[in-house]
Design a protein around this ligand. Structure first.
Ligand code: GLU
Ligand code: ZN
Length: 495
């Protein structure tokens, strides 16, 4: 009979110290992909034992960003489940309980050394260029002395490492790893203030939450032997470990703001789409295929496999993220894009400078504008430059006003004629406008290019505008005429 395989359970375990960034977002996404692929559970655990400030704010921003990306936990903080609480600050009794079990089994011991004493010893050994190791001073104390001290001074609890023992594991990316306990020291598991150290609480929670696979950043690789030995001493099963390669900037330096790496929240404000971010994250250390950079979440789930992760550090490329975003914007459902643009425009437009009746027909206008501009933008916030002039007053720059001075185009004449023609017109549909204006250009003996240049400057204040006839149609008769007249006045009265 086929053996029933245990259900895969993975976790994302952020410390709420700020916003969700590229690195942790990738960790979250790879865990999520792994869970979906295996029809397992993606669990969210908050590691907040040691953080004093702004915890609630950080937790909210983390969970908001995960939600916005679509990485909702199946279980854990905010989602519930039978193995909680999923917030470490609410699990202190559990850590104390297991630390004392290790004490009772003589697999841990009390350390009464003061921080000052330990710091001194550390300094000493660093001067001698040796890596510091706790000298087991308190392990060697007489029992009587230990009893006396535990009543008088606060103590930490240290693990008692087996001597000369190889801790072995197989990392999904880095392969076979073996660390001898001689290379480690009896590290603290519970501090004298009663709080667990990261290695202790993380290892314990992974066991108690029945995590089968730990997938996290490479920066935790060196913690893994310590976590494994804790689990071994407690007779808990050991999960499989996979450490994801670092993410560096393009220049090979530590990733930072200057590489365009900002929080997910900031990307959202920049008008980057969640699906573009996820697609991009999947390219950091993993690849869908050699010749396909754009793929759907579904495709990523189907093909995701930890053994395809590249050991080499990944390089973050902001331009590529923008490029992907442009690709997603062009593929995006028209209506959803219109909604995003609409929110963006409402949030960003300078209220002072808005047209009197800007809110009238706003949504209908947006729906007509979006198809005109979507080819030209990489982020939804860039859209502002293309959309704002439909709703706000136009301030002609001095270049716009002197633009025709040295050109062989009689701009005032073009404007006057066009005003005359459009005043007579009732039908402002794009095609109709186009027919009329093409004919006007012809009648005036002008190339269409030169003729429309005058109109663009007048209606948009720039040589480039969205497709002109559509623009006129959306602006409507009143606004079109008032801009033409305004521009005529400005270029006529400048001398
Ligand atoms: N709280 C740790 C961090 O944010 C989690 C490490 C882990 O996944 O074990 O780095
Ligand atoms: Zn000690």
């Amino acid at each position: 009979m086929e053996e029933k395989r245990p259900v895969k359970r993975v976790r994302f375990a952020p410390s709420p110290t700020g916003y969700l960034h590229i690195g942790s977002a990738r960790t979250a996404y790879f865990n999520w992909l792994f869970a979906k692929k295996a029809s397992g559970s993606f669990i969210l655990r908050i590691e907040d034992t040691d953080i004093a400030r702004h915890i609630e704010e950080s937790i909210n921003s983390l969970t908001d960003s995960l939600k916005w990306l679509g990485l909702d936990p199946d279980e854990g903080y905010g989602a519930g489940g039978g193995l909680g609480p999923y917030r470490q600050s609410q699990r202190r009794d559990i850590y104390t309980h297991y630390a004392h079990r290790l004490l009772a089994d003589k697999k841990a011991y009390r350390c009464f050394c003061t921080p000052q004493k330990l710091a001194q010893e550390r300094q000493k050994s660093e001067k001698g260029e040796k890596t510091y190791k706790y000298d087991r001073h308190c392990l060697k104390l007489e029992d009587q002395e230990k009893r006396r001290l535990s009543k008088e001074v606060p103590y930490a609890i240290r693990i008692r490492l087996p001597d000369d023992y190889d801790i072995r594991f197989f990392d999904g990316v880095y392969g076979k790893i073996s660390v001898n306990t001689k290379q480690l020291d009896d590290f603290i598991i519970l501090r004298s203030n009663g709080l667990p150290t990261y290695n202790f609480s993380a290892a314990l929670d992974d066991a108690l939450m029945e995590i089968t696979d730990v997938i996290r950043g490479e920066d935790h690789l060196s913690n893994t032997p310590k976590q494994i030995i804790i689990l071994e001493l407690l007779d808990f099963p050991i999960p499989a470990f996979t450490h994801l390669p670092m993410i560096l900037g393009q220049d090979g330096q530590k990733l930072s703001k200057r590489h365009g790496s900002v929080s997910i929240e900031e990307y959202r404000k920049q008008g980057i789409l969640p699906e573009a971010i996820l697609n991009y994250l999947a390219l950091l250390g993993w690849a869908y295929s050699e010749d396909q950079d754009v793929f759907s979440i579904r495709e990523a789930v189907d093909r995701f496999c930890l053994s395809d992760i590249n050991k080499k550090p990944a390089r973050f490329d902001y331009q590529k993220l923008l490029w992907l975003n442009g690709a997603y914007i062009r593929k995006m459902d028209q209506k959803r894009l219109a909604e995003m643009v609409s929110t963006q425009v409402r949030e960003t437009l300078d209220k002072e400078n808005l047209l009197k009746d800007w809110d009238r027909d706003f949504d209908q206008k947006i729906i007509r504008i979006v198809p005109l501009v979507r080819e030209r933008i990489k982020t939804v916030s860039e859209v502002i430059n293309w959309v704002a002039p439909f709703f706000s007053k136009l301030d002609y720059s001095s270049q716009a006003i002197t633009f025709f001075d040295k050109k062989k185009i009689d701009a005032p004449k073009v404007l006057k004629k066009t005003i005359e023609i459009l005043e007579e017109k009732e039908d402002f549909q794009s095609q109709n406008i186009e027919n009329t204006l093409r004919k006007t250009a012809e009648d005036m003996g002008l190339s269409l290019r030169n003729y429309t240049l005058v109109l663009r400057m007048a209606l948009w204040g720039s040589k480039v505008s969205p497709p002109l006839f559509d623009t006129i149609s959306i602006l409507g008769k009143d606004l079109t005429l008032s801009r033409l007249k305004d521009y005529l006045k400005r270029i006529g009265s400048k001398a």
